[in-house]
Structures are given as C-alpha cells and as structure tokens.
Design a protein around this ligand. Structure first.
Ligand SMILES: NC(=O)CC[C@H](N)C(=O)O
Length: 373
C-alpha cells in the first residue's frame, strides 16, 4: 500500500513522495533533521549506519537506492543514527550475490523512517545554493511539516557524540595482529575503522568522555580519535582530554577526531555551507603532490588560518581540491596527525588507506617522530 507523504524544508520548499520504512516516531509522526546530500554512487548501507549522521537526514543524489540489497557485514555501527532517508527511487528488488535482505527491512529494523519518489535533484540544488537546512517529512499537512522543520534545531549547539558513543569500553583483537595497544576514542566510531586499526594492534575502544589519565593508564602505543556526529565545539571535554595527550603518545584522528585535535591545539572550526558527503572528493597530499580520491562525510572543518598563531608548530598536510578546505594536519615533531576525509573507505575509494600504515610506522617508532617517513 502506498503511503503518500511530503518533505518540507525550513525555507518552505515542498516535495511530494511516498513514505518508506517505519512510520516516524512520536504522536505527530513527523521525522525531522538537518538535510544533507550524499553523492556516493553506492554504499547506502554504510552511510545509513554511519553514526556521524546522527541528527541528519540523508538524501542520495544517486537515483536508485537499495538495488544491491543489504547484508550483515556492511553495517558501520551497532545501529543506525540518521534521522531519515530521502531517495528518488527505492529499488523494489535487491539483486546481488552478497545481499541478505532489502533496504526497506533495514530501515524497519533500525527504526529509520524514509521517503521515496522525491525530486532529489531539485532538493540537492536547493541545499547546494542555500546550505544544509532542517527539513521534516511524514503524512502530516504541509503547514504542520513546515512548522516541524522550522522548529528543528539541526545539529548546531547539541552534543550529539553523547548520543552515539559506547557506554562501556570494549576490546577488539585480531589473531596475528602486532602486540600493541591502541586506545580508540569512540565519538561515533565506524566498524571499518575498527577493522583497519585491529590489524595494527589490540584496539581498546573507550567512551568519548574518558580522561587523558585513564587513557594513559592503559599504556597505549597509540591513541586514535574517531569520526562522529555534530559540531566539534560541543564536545569540549574531548578536546581537553586530547590536549593533554599530544606529544605523549602517537595520535591519529579521522573526521570529527581531526576537528577535535584542531580544537585541542587551539585552532578554530567552521561550518561549511553544505559540507562534503560522497565518495569522490579529490584531496591533495601537500607533501607528495599526489591526489587521492576520497570518501567524505562532514559539515564542519578546521580553519587552517589559525595555525600560524598556535603555541605548537601545526601544518596543513592535505587540501580539498574542490574548495580548498583543510583536509589534514600534523603537529610537527609530536607524532600526531589527522585527516578530515575517511581513509578507512567504508564505503569509498581506498586511495587514502596508506594513512593507517603511517600510524603503524609512528607506533613502531620508525620515523624519528616525523609523521611521514
Ligand atoms: N564523519 C564525521 O566525523 C563528521 C564530523 C562532524 N560531525 C562534521 O559534520 O563535520
């Protein structure tokens, strides 16, 4: 049975569609969140289960979503934290040798409402021109949906990390991995990152509010700062802990972890108009000149203009060739680096996976304290 519905943005734009997945929770049965667009051609399952989308509704620019199904291996977290999924066309049949089910079932299972039949091209153009903005969808009236969109705070001013981080520490250990301890801060960590790290040592995943003393008490060979949702400025407690770790142990950060490292150093962060969400962002490694095609998912970024005034020597190591946004930094001589993009590639191209090897070399003490050997 088709359930008619509509999506309304905070600027009053209306899109008609059909509701998919579970009914939005709450008596009003309206899903709300900050609407962002993702340009990846595949990887919808990893995207929907990426905790960094907490507070956001994802619209896919690729028109056919769900066509190769879903499976147990491709989930990026214990649940799904996106507020909603907006698609042009939800595939009726899933066809792939790895498929174990349909995307609509995954949405049901995780309680993620969705809307299909949306003119995602028009939607994306609006967001590209006006920036990410709150939206609301459901089977309510247009005026109720608009009111819900206008009342939605988006992701600004909220500590969303607290809603996704693990409650208790846990350990991930692979047979044959080096005898090392990597303490990984879980700000919303993706499974593919844990898998990559577990090849470098035993990974002790800790909650976002773990103190620097508690981290050092684990005798880490390296500390990892994970991706995660929302505004880095709302996670000041994590930046404070990171500030106390710099220089004491090799540190590698990804995405929100990169932004929090920037804040810990005293650098500023800014919100981009519509962010980077996709699988084909060109990033230049400033040292080698090599261009990496990368997976990205962020709305905030570190402001490299603030680097010159910091107490420590900090330099930009990677730059986004589309818009010049800072994609990586190094704290010179302190065995500490981070990137804004997603080298773990879950989903996305593998060009930047060498960064895990770089972390490995730092932990092994092979680089005289320099980040790149
Ligand atoms: N993937 C991430 O870690 C996202 C980082 C941060 N929440 C942002 O939107 O910029």
């Amino acid at each position: 049975m088709i359930r008619e519905g509509a999506l309304v943005l905070a600027d009053g734009s209306v899109f008609e569609g059909e509701l998919i997945g579970p009914d939005p929770a709450g008596t009003a049965r309206i899903a709300t969140g900050e609407v962002v667009f993702n340009t990846a051609l595949s990887g919808y399952q990893e995207i929907i289960t990426d905790p960094s989308y907490a507070g956001q509704m994802v619209t896919f620019t690729y028109p056919h979503i769900g066509n190769y199904g879903v499976n147990a291996h491709d989930v990026e977290s214990r649940g799904a934290f996106a507020r909603g999924v907006i698609v042009r066309d939800l595939a009726r049949r899933a066809s792939n040798h790895r498929s174990e089910g349909h995307l609509a079932d995954l949405l049901e299972q995780h309680g993620i409402p969705g809307i299909a039949g949306i003119d995602t091209r028009r939607l994306t153009r609006i967001i590209r021109d006006s920036g990410s903005m709150p939206g609301a969808f459901g089977d309510a009236s247009e005026s109720d949906l608009r009111a819900a969109a206008e009342a939605e705070p988006g992701t600004d001013g909220i500590d969303l990390v607290a809603t996704v981080t693990t409650a208790e520490p846990y350990t991930v250990e692979l047979d044959g991995a080096p005898d090392r301890t990597i303490v990984a801060y879980d700000f919303g960590i993706k499974t593919t990152i844990v898998r990559q790290l577990a090849q470098l040592g035993r990974v002790e995943v800790v909650p976002a509010d773990t103190s620097a003393d508690d981290v050092m008490a684990r005798n880490p060979d390296g500390v990892f700062l994970s991706n995660g949702p929302g505004d880095p400025a709302e996670v000041g407690y994590a930046a404070e802990a990171i500030a106390q770790l710099i220089g004491r142990v090799p540190i590698f950060g990804i995405c929100l972890g990169h932004q929090l490292l920037g804040l810990a150093l005293g650098a500023g962060t800014v919100k981009l108009p519509f962010g980077h969400h996709g699988g084909n962002h060109p990033v230049q490694n400033v040292d080698t000149g090599r261009v990496e095609i990368t997976s990205q998912n962020h709305n905030f970024a570190v402001d490299p203009d603030s680097f010159a005034s910091l107490d420590r020597a900090v330099r930009m190591t990677h730059v986004n060739l589309n818009d010049g946004v800072c994609q990586g930094l190094e704290v010179v001589g302190e065995r500490c680096f981070s990137v804004q993009h997603h080298p773990e590639a879950g989903p996305g191209p593998h060009d930047a996976r060498y960064l895990f090897t770089q972390f490995d070399e730092l932990m092994a003490g092979n680089t005289n304290g320099k980040v790149s050997a």
